[in-house]
Design a binder for this molecule. Sequence first.
Ligand SMILES: [Zn+2]
Length: 421
Amino acid sequence: MVLMQHNTMIRQIAVNGERMRADFEALAAVGGDGSGGVTRLALTPDDIHARAWYADRAEEAGLRVHDDDAANLSAILDAADPNARTLVIGSHLDTVPDGGRFDGAVGVLAALECLRTIHESGIELPVKLEAMNFTDDEGHYASLFGARAFVGVLTSEDIFDTRRDNAQLRAALRSVGSDAQRVLGTRRDPESLAGYLELHIEHGTRLEKSHRPIGIVTGIVGRKTHKITFLGQAGHSGTTDMYKRRDALRGAALFIVRAHESMRARYGDGIFSCGDVDVKPGKFNIIPSEACCTVEFRHVQEDLMVEMEREALQIARECAAANALDIRHELITHMPAASMSAGFVSAIESVCEDFGIPSMPLISYAGHAGQFTAQITPTGMIFIPSVDGIGHSPREFTEWEDIERGANVLLQTILRWALGA
Ligand SMILES: [Zn+2]
């Protein structure tokens, strides 16, 4: 009976939609272009403004404000037991250049609103709650910088690389009071963590098309980026024998088409893309001596992503050989694939069932902090619809109703998971 009353009470707790909406409007104005677009690049003055605004909201709500050496900024609701573990709920306040108002922002604001609501309800949870803004999720300096620091996988190259010269990143960290020298030591102790949860827009059309307002993320795809360079020989485009030329771009073009065909045929859930080809000397009347393709692979299963990569490189070698070219390749990025925790997946599912909210399991094809947090703590993600699937654009849009519903699903998930209800 007591448990039933307790559950009924938990069920009735909901976020304050009006307050969250006021926050949303205020935040969207920071770095906003007045017509829906937002540019808040990590650690630039607009991002710093947003961070200060966020810290003020947290303090106003009676939460503790904390930041670490990677400038990850959080609002904390302490538990009665000072040794309690922490459930981190987060996302990011930064945007891409000319981005939208929703990506990242809704996750941070929903996390903050959940903490405020729980604080006001007077419910004591056996875990600390931390509403986290991860630094530079969008990669103005380095993609998922804060999340990587949080789990301790940043390398000194990320901060002190002399080739790329990361002096600007170091200066930016200094501007928010963080010491680049100490960033590598920021790793959060996994023993102190209970889990990580994030609410985010889908950046896709799967929810919209199926008329389901909640996506329960089961995994986040891994991503590998390569530069594959075809090396031939420059020459006069008119006078060199058509059958004796070593045309680097011809090899690259053949590779791109063949790799697309092969990846589509064999890896239905995988993504292959070539988004950039740099041709040298780049003159219409000179045979290209060099064609550098920047390609990426994404797959939710790390082993299949490695297989895709191996196969594409083999195709590249064959295309080079067929055109008497040499080949060079370099791995640029490797973001690991991640599985979401079964505990969070079922907690979100049961909240949706209980409230009669249609939901569906989804794989995330975009990178998120959760793909790193999953390395050290159980991680869960909730997606809400993006109209027309648009992301990283001023046209990004999510209905307010969907945001508020998502925040309530997040809130109920936190409460039930923390209370084991
Ligand atoms: Zn995002």
